[in-house]
Design a protein around this ligand. Structure first.
Ligand code: ADP
Ligand code: ZN
Length: 294
């Protein structure tokens, strides 16, 4: 029994085939172009795979309300060609198997909780710092949804005193994503993020923004583990800075040894690496829901 998985991103779609234990046997990366072209290529990947179900973690915002007339749509994305595209509907036209659908970051949080850095825990958050900033949350064993779904990348943070960049979120200007996602880093400093490695102020500022956000997530959700992934987090020097700043912002108030003495085991990189989203998409089908056909 093979499970199909799609991590649908704004720059690439990653398709894979795996089993219910999250083992991935084959994967293929397809660049995100027009919906028609991208989905046709997704279709050809799965043609000979005999999948019995399909899990999809998608960039968003997405409509996850099953009673809504636009369930399964990508909604108000700034990526114009994908604005209000019926992703699940288009997939249903091509695959006659049960489809589970959630945000890419919820899928990644689920994948890490089933098989990765939050294994065995009933709560965690997965933060991606890449082209945008997104956060998925598992709370009391369930992926967190709401009126729509949490959008924790767009919270407001206090400005770093040396930061004069206006921010580039099309909706909010200087929200967290507008100040700290990869494109904000590159616009502010005028260089590719990976060419800024040696410049201490870049990472100090970046860590100060991410730490403020993480401290708020800790205060609001009290997650049992925090996983930080995405392209920008490939700069590993961010981790110790974030650990120090989070502790300092919380000021000893959250009296738990995970924060007070073992924060480096609490705020961690994904242990599934670049497979977190794909494994999580499998998890949407194999464990979180029970629609597997043996
Ligand atoms: P996406 O968000 O499209 O899924 P990524 O998570 O790879 O993709 O994020 C891409 C962003 O991450 C880009 O803005 C890029 O500048 C930044 N990025 C990618 N690799 C690195 C790196 N090694 N160091 C710092 N930033 C990086
Ligand atoms: Zn924003």
């Amino acid at each position: 029994m093979m499970i199909g998985a799609i991590e649908a991103g704004g720059t690439k779609f990653v398709c894979g085939v795996g089993d219910k234990d999250g083992n991935i046997f084959e994967r293929k990366t397809i660049p995100t172009t027009t919906p028609d072209e991208t989905l046709e290529r997704v279709n050809s990947f799965f043609q000979d795979k005999e999948i019995t179900s399909l899990g999809v973690g998608s960039f968003g915002p997405v409509d996850l309300d099953r009673s809504s007339s636009t369930y399964g749509y990508i909604t108000s994305t700034p990526k114009k060609q994908w604005d209000h595209v019926n992703l699940v509907g288009e997939l249903k036209k091509r695959f006659s198997v049960p489809i589970e659908f959630d945000t890419d970051v919820n899928a990644a949080a689920l994948g890490e909780s089933l098989w990765g850095a939050a294994q065995g825990l009933d709560s965690c958050i997965y933060i991606t710092v890449g082209t945008g900033i997104g956060v998925g949350a598992l709370a009391e064993g369930k992926l967190l949804h709401g009126l729509t779904h949490p959008e924790m990348g767009h919270i407001l943070v206090r400005r770093h005193p040396e930061d004069h960049y206006e921010g580039n979120c099309p909706y909010h200007g200087d929200c967290l994503e507008g100040l700290a996602a990869g494109p904000a880093l590159e616009n502010r400093w005028g260089k590719k993020a990976y060419d800024l490695k040696e410049e201490a102020i870049v990472w100090e500022m970046e860590a100060s923004y991410l730490a403020q956000a993480i401290a708020q997530y800790i205060l609001i959700l009290s997650p049992k583990r925090i996983i930080l992934g995405g392209g920008v987090m490939k700069q590993e020097q961010l981790f110790p800075l974030i650990h120090t700043y989070v502790k300092s912002i919380l000021g000893g108030y959250i009296h738990h040894e995970q924060i007070l003495s073992r924060i480096e085991e609490y705020i961690v990189p994904p242990s599934l690496g670049d497979n977190a989203g794909l494994a999580g998409a499998i998890g949407l089908v194999s464990s979180y829901k029970d629609n597997i056909k043996e």
